[in-house]
Design a binder for this molecule. Structure first.
Ligand code: PLP
Length: 376
């Protein structure tokens, strides 16, 4: 199998799997006061420390959630609950994942004013545009770090630093799902009050994520119940999944730069091969995440090509997994030509992707071009 859909999800690494097993064996409830509970609690706090370390924050600023969707919802609705009575404006980018876009839409339906910052005519999102949209009535700015459909890196650091200088009370939130453990992500450097993370994009299991909330930023809990996670996120902690998340981060954290260089080399190879094929157009811009590349194969519909490649056990995605075959509004926002929207596929690497995988992909595309009908 040649799996090139790692922006959708990754194969859990051996370290994560072993840690999950350990978390299953140490089965106590971390809230229990006896030894079995304490053992489980120790595993949870180890993982919390690893993730906090990787983000450059303290462990008491990291809360485990069921994934980035929950983290984003907690951040956005939490900011609204804390400040939405007095202030009305929210600023987001127009290329956010639905886990930010849809909560923001809900806030708009509830009476907030949501400003969506689009890429300019060159397909760039400008920090100045984000900053200019913020005013005294703004309570939240939420901007992703790496776009999940084309790897574009948004100018979060610059935008948030400008915003924090003029409007220190505005809450800044960053969905770092496609950036964490792939490009350097440090909370302080980003000037982010909140950061959303997901385990399954980085070789940990599905169903686990985290939300960083900077000390001093008061966000009410989204889940109410038994008061776990210091009352911020009730629900018995999923010890096995938390252990898997911690183990994956422990493995990746020392190698972010080396893995980045390797991915960049393979991406350059992919782009070179695409350019050799006159009918393959690279949508992704230079300077983005090397892990995600959006390409369009002229004359072939995305889903037709996806299923053709699938027969060869080559797995790619059409747009993003979340858009499930619908035309991507995000790629439209990036001003890709209408025709290429129909023919776009997303190639996303893992730390194990090789140039031989790219050769197999390009051969598959070539043979699809020979075998399949053209788009009418
Ligand atoms: N944000 C981004 C940028 C993503 O790519 C994804 C997953 O596709 C999510 C949020 C949602 O993450 P999760 O599956 O952990 O809920």
């Amino acid at each position: 199998m040649i799996y090139l859909d790692n922006a959708a999800t990754t194969k859990p690494c051996d370290e994560a799997k072993a840690a999950v097993m350990k978390g299953l064996e140490v089965f106590g409830n971390p809230s229990s006061l006896h030894r079995a509970g304490l053992d489980a609690e120790l595993l949870v706090s180890d993982a919390r420390e690893i993730i906090a370390d990787a983000l450059g924050v303290t462990p008491d600023e990291v809360y485990f959630t069921s994934g980035a969707t929950e983290s984003n919802n907690t951040a956005i609705f939490g900011a609204y609950k804390a400040h939405g009575k007095r202030k009305k404006r929210v600023v987001i980018s127009s290329v956010e994942h639905p886990a930010v876009k849809n909560p923001a839409q809900e806030l708009e339906d509830m009476g907030c004013e949501v400003v969506r910052i689009s890429p300019d005519e060159n397909g760039e999102i400008n920090a100045r545009d984000i900053f200019a949209a913020v005013n005294e009535d703004t309570f939240l700015v939420s901007c992703m770090l790496v776009n999940n459909e084309n790897g574009y890196i948004l100018p979060v650091e610059k935008a948030f630093s400008m915003i924090k200088k003029k409007y220190p009370q505005v809450i800044t939130h960053c969905d770092c799902v496609q950036g964490f453990m792939k490009i350097p992500v440090k909370a302080k450097k980003l000037n982010a009050d909140m950061i959303s993370l997901s385990g399954h994009k980085i070789y940990a299991p599905k169903g686990i994520g985290a939300l960083y909330v900077k000390k001093g930023v008061h966000i009410p809990p989204f889940m109410l119940g038994g008061g776990q996670e210091k009352g911020f996120r009730s629900g018995t902690e999923s010890v096995p999944l938390i252990c898997g998340f911690g183990a994956a981060v422990k493995k990746l954290a020392p190698n972010v730069s080396a893995n980045f260089e390797k991915a960049a080399d393979i991406q350059a190879y992919l782009i070179e091969k695409c350019n050799e094929n006159g009918d393959v157009f690279v949508n992704s811009r230079k300077g983005g995440s090397p892990y995600v590349t959006s390409i369009a194969v002229n004359g072939l519909k995305s889903e037709v090509l996806l299923h053709y490649l699938e027969k060869r056990e080559i797995y790619v995605s059409s747009g993003s997994a979340c858009s499930k075959g619908k035309k991507s509004s995000v790629l439209k926002e990036f001003r890709y030509p209408e025709q290429s929207l129909d023919s776009t596929i997303r190639i996303s690497f893992s730390i194990d992707t090789t140039k031989a995988d790219i050769d197999a992909l390009m051969e598959g595309i070539k043979s699809a071009q020979n075998d399949l009908c053209k788009v009418r």
